[in-house]
Design a protein around this ligand. Sequence first.
Ligand code: ATP
Length: 309
Amino acid sequence: MTATPIAVQVRAPGKINLALRVGAPRPDGYHPIATVFQAVSLYEDVVATRADGISLEIHGRGEDLPVDATNLAVRAAVLLCETSGTRAGAHLSLTKQVPVAGGMAGGSADAAATLLACDQLWGTGLSRDELAELASELGADVPFALTGMSAMGTGRGDLITPVMSRGTYHWVLAVQDEGLSTPEVFREYDQLQHLDLDDGPAPRLDDAVLAALLSGDPIQLSRQLGNDLQEAALELRPELGDVLAAADRAGALAALVSGSGPTVAALALDHAHAVSVAGVMRAAEVAKEILLVTGPVPGARVLEHVHSR
Ligand code: ATP
C-alpha cells in the first residue's frame, strides 16, 4: 500500500468563454446558459499540507481576499472533509495568476485545485465523478476547472460535455485593475433584455463554433466568438470599448469580453502575431496588464506528491 503524502501540489487553469449564450432567469434567479469554455495557460496552484483544521494563505493576485470560510478554496476543503468523513486537516497555500473577479473563473479554479489536492492528501477514495458532483455544489464554473481543455457547459454552466479541439490557440488578455461582479453583470443583462421570468427560448449554441474548434483554424474560430454578456459588461464598464477597439487596431483576429468581464481576450494567428498584438495593446495603455496565454490546457492536475523521508 502506498503511504499518503504529507503535501500535494495541484494546478488548475482559468478559462475563456469562446461563446456564451444566456437564457431568461429561472424562478430561482439562475440564468440557464449554453457556453463553450476553453481552459487557458493562466494557473492557480494549490499546495495542501497536512495540518490540524483548515487554513489558507494567498500569494500572487488576490492577497487581500478573505482567507476565512467564505473563500472558495476553504469552502472546497471543508465540503470534501465533511463528505469524506476524514478527521484530517490541511493548510492550503494558494498562488493565484488568474485575475480576481475577471470573468476567468479564478475562484472556481481555486476550488477545483483544492478539491483534488485535499482528495489526494487525505486519500478519500472518491471517484472523479463524485469530485465533479462536489465541484458543482461549490459553483457553476468549478466542474469545468476540473475537466479543462475545451468543453460545452449547459445548465448553469456546470453540466460539462468535452468537445474536440485541434491545435493551440494564442490569446492576448487585457486584465483590468478592478473586477466586475458576476451577479451585477447578469442583473444589467436582464435590464437590457427586459426579460421576465421564464420568458424567452432556451439558450442555444451555434454548431459552427464546434466545427471551428475542430478545424484548428484560428481565423474560422475568430468568426464564431460571441458573448451575450458583453453588452452588459460594456454598459457597466464603458472603458472596455476602448480595449476592444485597441485589439482591433492591433490587428487581432477578433476580441471579446471573457465571461462576465472585465478581462478582454483577443485572438491571434500564432505566437508571433500574439506578441505583435500584445505590443500594440500595451502601448495603447488600455489595461493594467497585457498577458499572452494559450489554450486549450488540461484541467486540475497533480504536479507533485511529497512523502516524508
Ligand atoms: P466567474 O467567471 O466564475 O463568475 P470571476 O472570474 O469573475 O468568476 P472570481 O475571481 O472567480 O471571479 O471570484 C469572484 C468573487 O468570489 C470575488 O470577487 C471574491 O469576492 C469571491 N471569492 C471567494 N473565494 C475566492 C477565491 N479563492 N479567489 C477569488 N475570488 C474568491
